[in-house]
Structure formats: structure tokens, C-alpha cells
Design a protein around this ligand. Structure first.
Ligand code: NAD
Length: 484
């Protein structure tokens, strides 16, 4: 298959926090892969901006090490790495002071795309924005990229939006949710809106329920103090799972353009019903055997913050009336697995008898591992022995369908950064979406805090608390297995 990589325009990308964990683990290795694929033109420049006594050579060395650590050997050659490092520059800068700003202003070139990646704590966003303008680094065509967490409640998200909008137009602000950059998530839109097969069935008449799972096998160790202030609801549901829910439930946008798509997602959040306490199960992991307990890795031994949450949501509109959306996410679960599963209803009448008829179509959209989609369909088990039915997956895994090109499918960060350079905001959250998600989330958190609810416990390496299984079982449904 002929490569379809289309280079972006020349750009200057300034990464504030360019020596930080995110920059070294994700942003720069991702940019390296895009460079290697031919998508990043040689007329581009990446300027690391951070505290720390580095010069250009020392920064190049830092990033060479990061690439060696985070890009597999087979996916890099010495020449490629050397070519990429040539595009790097560094400026020592203080977001809250004046040091480094003149140097940065002098480095920026006119006539190329200009983007600033705020890979620093949100408390520095205001200071960065002010100085970017104060030193004439930011004009009306530049872009800024901001990372999660985007606030910790509605009030702080509004304040953050205001800080950014005081200096930049909404069309310049790219709020990253890396789940939206995943190939399968975009493929969900292609499958829904590029085929006639699915959309006619995509409603309460044919869909029984939807399950969205983001299971992590890692715990919170190392980040315990930070995580305990947020918990699964703030850390995962308000942003990532909410975005997946929106893409699954939204109406077809009139065009595949940023505001048309984001308008439809916003309508989904606004159509979410309030939840009652019985619709939410929260948990904390424990392990008597290994002593791997959530409460031992956070500062507060009586913490009531959840490392797991499962919930049953309803989207109140004609399309989804009566169709539950079950969401669950947690740390230290059985395996690392993220998927959206759309479970269709039973056939209205089985000509094969009661038992044989109990087969359901499922469209499983896997985000990790092995991004891809399976459509489970019922067929006759091959061979003699009468009419026995089995469910088999129609595998829509990209690696198989696209051949060698699939290896070059950009990961989420790579794609999103290239979208910033192209000026395409479709896969970025708009300020009003983020606020609507917090407006829905806040009362739920306030509710369980006021009621003084303690999370249930669940075993490390399990699928979550028993009560989360009961949330489904009580309605005659069950969670799909977490197999990794
Ligand atoms: P980090 O602590 O590893 O790095 C922080 C960076 O900011 C460093 O380069 C440091 O020099 C720079 N910095 C700090 N204070 C500064 C100042 N006053 N002026 C100029 N530079 C300053 O942090 P990180 O893990 O890379 O995270 C960066 C941001 O990305 C945070 O907002 C974090 O919440 C978010 N984020 C990180 C991850 C991740 O996996 N690390 C994932 C999602 C979101």
C-alpha cells in the first residue's frame, strides 16, 4: 500500500515543560515518529522551554535519551535520531519571571505555524499566557495546547477557561484528551457515519445497552498523594469516559467539522439524567496477600477517594430512551483494557428455539490493547450435528486490513499534535464541553461526600467490587470479561 503521509506545514512548536515527564515520555517520542514517517517537514522547529540549566546540546542529549528509552529499537535509526535532534532548540525560561522571554521571542520565525504546548501545571497557564503576549510571541494565528487536568470542578474549570480566553480566542485553544486521538475512536465515527449498516440500528429500538470500560492494571503508587485528591471520577470519568460516551451517543453532525462535532457531543452531556446513589458503585483496591492497598499509598489512611467507579447513566432523548450506558474504570484491575461495547437486543423471535436463540450481536470497539473493532455475529457452527449457533467476531483490526501501513498509524499524541499544526480542533474539547461535564459531575461528587459514603473494597487484580457486578446483574445483564 502506498504511504499516505501528508507533511504538515513548517512550524515552530514551543513546549513549555519541555524537560518534564510528559514531554520526554510522550510528546517528543511522538514527534520523532512523525518526523520519521515524513509527516514533519525539516523546516520545523521544536523549542523546549523549561527551568533548568541546559543549553541546546544538553537538551538534545536529554531528548536523545528519551527517544532511546521510549521508542523501540526497531523503530529508530541513528541517522533518524540525529536528523530529528537537529530540529530541537532550548530556552531556559521562568513562567513566572522575566528570564528567557526575550530569547524565546528572538527564536520564533515569522511566516510559519506557531504553537505553544503548555505541558506544565495549570497554575502556570495564566503567567505563560500573559508573558507570551507581553513579549509579542503570540499573535491571533498562534495556537496553544493545554493538558489535563482541566480543573477539578466547575468553578476551577470556568476560572481556567477565563484565564485562557482573556488572552486567546477559543479557536486558538486546543484542550487535549488523548482518548480522542486514538485511531479506533475516530474509526467509531467512520463506522457510524460512513456506512448505512449501523446508523439505522443505533438507537433504543435495537440496542439493549452500552458498556464503556477503561481498566488499568497499574495502581496509583508514586502518584498517591496527587491521585487521592481527584479519584477515578475526576481523573477518568469526567474527561475520557465522558468523551467516549459522547462519541457513541451523539447525533450525526451535519459535517465533520470541529464545531459541528463538538455541538453534538455537548448535547449528549446536557441530556444526561441525574443519577441516584444506587446507580454508582465506588471502590478502593486491597490485597491481603501482597499488602498492595490503596489506603497504604495515599497520605490519608481514612481516605474515601475511589480508585474504581462503575455507574449506570441515561441519555434522555428520543434515540436513547430506556438504554442504559454502563461506565466503569479503575486502577489495579485484572488487566489493562479499554473498550466500548455496544450490545444489541435479542432477535425478536428465534426460529431456532428458545436456547439457541439467545445470541446477541455486540460491536466491541477496542482502544487498548490492540486497537480495533470486532462485530460479533451469530452463525451456524460449521460441520455436522444440526443447527448449533455460535458467535464469531468479524475482526476489523487495522493491522490486518491495512497491511504494513498500519504500523505507521500515529499514536494519540502524535495525531493530536499534528492536528494542532494543521489547525484542526475536531478532536479537542471545547471550553463549554468541559464545563458541561463538570456541571454534571460536581453534584455527584458532592452527593457522596455529603452522605459520607465509603467506597467498597475490591481485590487487586479483579474486575472491581462485587457491587459493580450486581449493578448489571440486577437488570439481567453482565459486564464483558476483562481479558487484556
Ligand atoms: P513534570 O513535573 O515532570 O515537568 C514539569 C515541567 O515544567 C518541567 O520541564 C519544568 O522545568 C517545567 N516548569 C515547572 N515550573 C516552571 C516554571 N515556573 N517556568 C518554566 N517551566 C517550569 O510534569 P509532567 O508530568 O511533564 O506534567 C506536565 C503537565 O502535563 C501537568 O499539567 C500534568 O498534569 C499534565 N499531564 C501529565 C501527564 C504525564 O503522563 N506526565 C499526563 C497527562 C497530563
Amino acid at each position: 500500500m502506498v504511504s499516505r503521509v501528508i507533511p504538515v506545514d513548517d512550524f515552530d512548536l514551543v513546549i513549555f515543560g519541555g524537560t518534564g515527564d510528559l514531554a520526554r515520555r510522550k510528546i517528543l517520542p511522538g514527534l520523532f515518529r512523525r518526523f520519521r514517517s515524513g509527516q514533519m517537514p525539516e523546516g520545523s522547529r521544536i523549542i523546549g522551554a523549561a527551568r533548568g540549566d541546559l543549553d541546546r546540546a544538553a537538551y538534545q542529549d536529554t531528548i536523545r535519551k528519551a527517544i532511546e528509552e521510549f521508542v523501540p529499537k526497531g523503530a529508530r535509526s541513528k541517522e533518524d535520531v540525529a536528523g530529528f535532534l537537529e530540529l530541537l532548540d532550548f530556552v531556559k525560561i521562568d513562567a513566572t519571571g522575566e528570564g528567557g522571554w526575550k530569547e524565546l521571542a528572538d527564536m520564533l520565525r515569522p511566516g510559519v505555524v506557531r504553537a505553544f504546548y503548555f505541558s506544565v501545571a495549570p497554575s502556570l497557564f495564566g503567567a505563560l499566557a500573559e508573558r507570551l503576549h507581553g513579549h509579542a510571541c503570540a499573535g491571533p494565528s498562534c495556537r496553544i495546547v493545554v493538558e489535563k487536568p482541566f480543573g477539578r470542578d466547575l468553578e476551577s474549570a470556568k476560572a481556567l477557561n477565563k484565564t485562557l480566553r482573556d488572552h486567546f480566542d477559543e479557536s486558538q485553544i486546543y484542550r487535549i484528551d488523548h482518548y480522542l486521538g486514538k485511531e479506533t475512536v475516530q474509526n467509531l465515527m467512520a463506522v457510524r457515519f460512513g456506512n448505512v449498516l449501523f446508523e439505522p440500528l443505533w438507537n433504543a429500538q435495537f440496542i439493549d445497552h452500552v458498556q464503556i470500560t477503561v481498566a488499568e492494571s497499574v495502581g496509583v503508587e508514586g502518584r498517591g498523594a496527587y491521585y487521592d485528591k481527584s479519584g477515578a471520577m475526576r481523573d477518568m470519568v469526567q474527561n475520557h469516559l465522558m468523551q467516549l460516551l459522547c462519541l457513541t451517543a451523539m447525533e450525526p453532525p451535519s459535517r465533520f467539522d470541529p464545531d459541528a462535532v463538538r455541538d453534538e457531543k455537548l448535547k449528549v452531556i446536557r441530556a444526561l439524567d441525574d443519577l441516584s446513589p444506587e446507580d454508582i458503585v465506588r471502590g478502593q483496591y486491597v490485597s491481603e496477600k501482597s499488602g498492595d492497598n490503596y489506603l497504604d499509598v495515599v497520605d490519608d489512611p481514612d481516605s474515601r477517594t475511589e480508585s474504581f467507579i462503575a455507574m449506570k447513566l441515561s441519555v434522555s432523548n428520543w434515540r436513547w430512551a430506556g438504554v442504559p450506558f454502563y461506565l466503569r474504570t479503575g486502577k489495579r484491575m485484572k488487566a489493562r483494557q479499554s473498550e466500548i461495547a455496544v450490545v444489541f437486543k435479542d432477535a425478536p423471535h428465534s426460529i431456532f428455539g428458545q436456547e439457541q436463540g439467545k445470541h446477541r450481536n455486540v460491536l466491541a470497539i477496542r482502544l487498548q490493547p490492540n486497537e480495533g473493532m470486532d462485530l460479533f455475529v451469530t452463525i451456524k457452527e460449521p460441520g455436522p450435528g444440526g443447527m448449533r449457533l455460535v458467535d464469531v467476531p468479524l475482526d476489523m483490526t487495522f493491522a490486518d486490513a491495512l497491511g504494513p501501513d498500519a504500523e505507521d498509524v500515529p499514536d494519540a499524541y502524535e495525531r493530536l499534535i499534528m492536528d494542532v499544526i494543521r489547525g484542526n480542533q475536531t478532536l479537542f474539547m471545547r471550553g463549554d464541553e468541559v464545563e458541561a461535564a463538570w456541571a454534571w459531575t460536581d453534584p455527584l461528587i458532592e452527593g457522596w461526600t455529603e452522605r459520607g459514603e465509603k467506597p467498597y473494597t475490591y481485590d487487586t487484580g479483579s474486575s472491581g467490587p462485587e457491587e459493580a457486578a450486581i449493578l448489571m446483574h440486577s437488570e439481567g445483564r453482565r459486564w464483558r470479561d476483562i481479558t487484556g
